[in-house]
Design a protein around this ligand. Structure first.
Ligand SMILES: [Zn+2]
Length: 423
């Protein structure tokens, strides 16, 4: 081989290396500035009015609407479960409002919000839309409704997904202590990527290269395996993301006897837990862990006739351990329970880049809380991205959340009376 050929190869390799660097820089820049496209629809002012970003205002609005319902309807019960805060944050409550079926108790609908605290503004908005627009005589003759406002009031007030003890309430709802011994075999694999132990800094190399590092993991293990490992829930790393705790959180333990008493007055119950952050932006995903009982599966399919169900076994979604809506069903003795989750997508997490961006935002936020922030600017930027992921300020997104909830809940309530409970 002559010297000139060797030089040509060297220059070629150098150019290819440079091209790869430029490509990596472009991809990284696009990742850093990733923003899902907004739908081309006109914002609805009425939908905006339902959204209240701060916990205290949302709570006051919920209580005021509850007072109005209690005056108009028979047998309304209200309760408030105080949630203690070791850091001394005041006035944190799980508020309950129960409206019994007004003539014959055939079925109970449970609507819950802010299981993940920062998702509370959307959940609270949908709940108050329901209270304002759906609580009519025809519905309430045979259907009771239980509203659970802010299962995680700390997270709502402090704009975190988790409780004060870093517990993900939707990985915590166990019927016995076996849940907290669950081994998530994939979690140690992703642990170094998702739980870095240094002050949060988007400019650090580990974060500049986050996309490439994550794509390396995807290449090695495959997206479904990684999604499951990260999101399933884990019980071994208290400072890590998706930590499910070591015991049932106190507000769920306090809620259990009340739920048991109410659920068992009805032969059929359905619970819908309201969430944001996963799936296609502006879309309402019906997200279900596949139930073991085929009758429950058939009934869920019937209730959601005409709508697509994202079973937890699907490509884009994942199954979780210790979810609240299934746990509510375990408090029944006999009869049937239909557990459902509504997920309002924000980041197009069904795409690889959307999923990795969502993960990156979650990692940075938790890193900052656990290990501090590299600067105040970093804290502001990271917390803003986190809020925008779970509670987008976009008027278009908020319009979609209310409009799609209205349509789907109307259809669900039309189908629910057709469900036959197996004796
Ligand atoms: Zn959630």
């Amino acid at each position: 081989m002559g010297r000139s050929i060797g030089r040509t190869v060297l220059i070629g390799a150098g150019l290819m290396g440079a091209a790869a660097l430029v490509a990596a820089a472009v991809v990284s820049w696009r990742f850093a500035h990733y923003q899902p496209a907004e739908a081309d629809i006109a914002p609805d002012p009425q939908a905006q009015a339902y959204f209240m970003d701060d916990y205290a205002s949302a709570r006051q609005a919920f209580l005021a609407q509850g007072d109005a319902l209690a005056q108009r309807l028979n047998g309304v019960e209200r309760f408030a479960i105080a949630v203690d805060s070791p850091r001394g944050i005041k006035d944190l409550y799980v508020d309950g409002l129960y409206v019994p079926a007004q003539s014959s108790p055939q079925r109970l609908l449970v609507l819950s919000a802010a299981t993940h605290g920062i998702e509370g503004p959307a959940g609270s908005a949908v709940m108050r839309m329901f209270m304002a627009e759906f609580m009519q005589d025809e519905l309430l003759a045979q259907t009771g409704v239980l509203f659970l406002h802010a299962l995680n009031p700390y997270g709502f007030a402090q704009q975190r997904r988790v409780t004060e003890g870093n517990v993900d309430l939707n990985r915590n709802a166990g019927t016995n202590n076996a849940l907290y011994q669950t081994q998530n075999a994939g979690y140690p694999v992703v642990h170094p990527l998702i739980n870095p132990a240094a002050p949060a800094d988007t400019q650090s190399w580990s974060h500049r290269l986050f996309l490439l590092r994550a794509l390396g993991q995807v290449a090695r293990h495959g997206m479904p395996v990684l999604r499951q490992a990260v999101l399933q829930g884990q019980y071994s790393t208290p400072q890590g993301i998706y930590y499910g705790g070591q015991a049932l959180e106190p507000q769920l333990a306090a809620l259990a006897p009340r739920l048991r008493a109410l659920l068992n007055q009805y032969p059929l119950s359905m619970s819908i837990d309201l969430h944001t952050g996963y799936g296609e932006r502006g879309k309402l995903h019906i997200f279900l862990n596949p139930p073991e009982d085929p009758h429950v599966r058939d009934a869920l399919q019937a209730v959601f006739t005409g709508h697509t169900i994202d079973w937890g076994s699907g490509q884009d979604f994942y199954t979780v351990t210790g979810d609240v809506t299934s746990w509510i069903g375990t408090l029944r003795q006999g009869g049937a329970h239909l557990p459902a989750v509504f997920e309002y997508g924000t980041m197009n997490s069904q795409t690889t880049i959307g999923a990795i961006k969502s993960l990156h935002i979650s990692v940075l936020e938790n890193q900052g809380v656990q290990h501090g922030w590299a600067s105040d600017d970093e804290r502001v930027r990271i917390q803003r991205d986190y809020r925008e992921m779970f509670n987008p300020s976009s008027s278009v997104w908020r319009t979609q959340v209310i409009a799609r909830s209205r349509t789907l809940l109307r259809d669900v309530l039309a189908q629910l009376p057709q469900v036959q409970v197996q004796p």
